[in-house]
Design a protein around this ligand. Structure first.
Ligand code: SF4
Length: 379
C-alpha cells in the first residue's frame, strides 16, 4: 500500500507503481453509478449531443449550460442543420454563454463533419481531432463516452482530483505537469469502462472534490488520497500566481438617425467576441475625457462626425483576463451621414436589435435603454 503520509509528487516522478489502481476504479465507478446527476446529455445520447454539451461545459457550470444546451438543440437539432445555419443565428442562440470562439468553432466543426466525414461524427479519438474546435479534451470525452475508446479526459475537475490524490506539487500549467497528469489519468483509466470512468472523475471533482470545501468525509476514494491524509487539500492544484486583472474604460455611442434607426457594427470574426454586433466605440486613452474617447473612436471607426450627447449608463463587466467599464452615450450622427468603415455596419430599428447577437455589456445597455434592467450603475 502506498505510504500517503510522506512526500509529494512532481512532474519528474514516475507514476507510483504501488497505487491500487483496480480498487480505485471499482470504488469510483460504484460511487458514480449511485450518485451521478441525471443530466440531459447522459445515458446514451448521440455523439452530436455529447459534443455540444462538452463544448458548452468548458469554463461554464452545469446549471448555466442546461438551458443553453436545450435551446441550441431546439434550433440546431442535427449536425447538418448546424452546418447550414448562418453564423449570426448560431451566435444569437449562444449569446450570454460567453467564450464565443466555442460557438464559431462548433459551427466550423459542423461544416468539417459534413465536408470531411460525409455528415457522420467520427468514432475515434484520432479522427475527432480532425474537426475544427475539437481538441484532446473533447476528443477524449466523445470517443470514450460515446464510442468506448480508452482515452482519459483531463479537465479542471480531473486535475483537481489527481493533484490532491497524489499530492502533485508542481504548477499544473507547465507542459511537463500536463504530461504527467495525462499519464496519470490514462494509467488510472478503466479500459473496460472508459466512459463511466471519465464521467466519474469529472463528477467527483464537480460534486465532492470541490475547489474550496472538498467533502472528503463522503469521498469514495479518500483512502487513496495523499492530500486528505496530510490535510493539505486546499494546497492543490498548484497554480501560477495571478497577475492583477487590467481594467479598461470603453466608450460607445448609440447613434440614432432621423428614422430612429441605430448604427451597429459587426466585430471581425478573428477578433475576441468575433462575429458579434456592437455599438461603435473603443478604448479610452490616458487622460482623455471619456466623451472625447466616444467621439474619437466613432470618427476613426465610421467616419461619422458625431455629436456626443447625454450619457446613458456605465456598465461594469469582467472577462476572463480583464475588466471593462462600458460608458455609453446617445449620439446624433452629424453631417454628412456617410459611413466609411472596414467593418460590416447596419442601421437597425430599435425593436429589431433583439435579433442580433451582442456581447454581454452591450446587451445590458440595450436592456437599460428599454427600461428593463435594474442591476447596473447609472450615472
Ligand atoms: Fe478530493 Fe478529499 Fe476525495 Fe482527496 S479525499 S480526492 S481531497 S474529496
Amino acid at each position: 500500500m502506498i505510504d500517503l503520509s510522506t512526500g509529494v509528487l512532481q512532474a519528474t516522478d514516475a507514476f507510483p507503481s504501488e497505487f491500487p489502481i483496480a480498487a480505485f476504479q471499482k470504488n469510483l465507478i460504484t460511487w458514480f453509478s449511485k450518485e451521478k446527476r441525471d443530466l440531459p446529455w447522459r445515458n446514451n445520447v448521440p455523439p452530436y449531443q455529447v459534443w455540444i454539451s462538452e463544448i458548452m461545459l468548458q469554463q461554464t457550470r452545469v446549471d448555466q449550460v442546461i438551458p443553453y444546451y436545450e435551446r441550441f438543440l431546439d434550433h440546431f437539432p442535427t449536425v447538418a442543420l448546424l452546418a447550414q445555419a448562418n453564423l449570426d443565428d448560431v451566435l444569437r442562440i449562444w449569446e450570454g454563454l460567453g467564450y464565443y470562439s466555442r460557438a464559431r468553432n462548433l459551427h466550423r466543426g459542423a461544416a468539417d463533419v459534413m465536408n470531411l466525414h460525409n455528415g457522420e461524427i467520427p468514432d475515434s479519438y484520432a479522427q475527432l481531432l480532425t474537426i475544427s474546435g475539437i481538441g484532446p479534451y473533447t476528443a477524449a470525452a466523445i470517443s470514450s463516452i460515446v464510442f468506448g475508446e480508452a482515452q482519459a479526459v483531463v479537465d479542471g475537475n480531473v486535475i483537481r482530483v489527481l493533484t490532491r490524490l497524489f499530492g502533485f506539487a508542481d504548477v499544473v500549467s507547465t507542459s511537463a505537469s500536463k504530461k504527467w497528469l495525462s499519464v496519470a489519468a490514462n494509467t488510472l483509466l478503466d479500459p473496460n469502462a472508459p466512459g463511466p470512468f471519465n464521467e466519474a472523475m469529472m463528477e467527483l471533482g464537480a460534486l465532492v472534490c470541490t475547489p474550496r470545501k472538498p467533502k472528503c468525509g463522503t469521498c469514495p476514494v479518500a483512502k487513496y488520497c495523499r492530500a486528505q491524509k496530510t490535510e493539505t487539500q486546499l494546497q492543490f492544484p498548484v497554480k501560477k500566481p495571478k497577475k492583477k486583472t487590467p481594467h479598461l474604460n470603453i466608450a460607445v455611442g448609440v447613434i440614432q438617425d432621423d428614422r430612429g434607426h441605430i448604427l451597429i457594427q459587426k466585430r471581425p470574426v478573428t477578433a475576441m467576441l468575433g462575429g458579434l454586433w456592437e455599438f461603435p466605440g473603443g478604448k479610452q486613452e490616458r487622460e482623455e475625457p471619456i466623451e472625447v474617447t466616444c467621439w474619437r473612436e466613432i470618427v476613426e471607426e465610421t467616419g461619422l462626425q458625431v455629436n456626443v450627447g447625454a450619457k446613458i449608463a456605465s456598465i461594469d463587466h469582467a472577462y476572463s483576463h480583464f475588466k471593462i467599464t462600458l460608458h455609453a452615450f446617445y449620439c446624433d450622427p452629424g453631417e454628412p451621414i456617410k459611413i466609411e468603415s472596414s467593418l460590416e455596419t447596419k442601421w437597425v430599428a430599435r425593436e429589431e436589435l433583439v435579433d442580433y447577437a451582442f456581447p454581454r455589456a452591450n446587451r445590458r445597455l440595450l436592456e437599460i435603454m428599454s427600461g428593463d434592467s435594474d442591476g447596473t450603475r447609472m450615472d
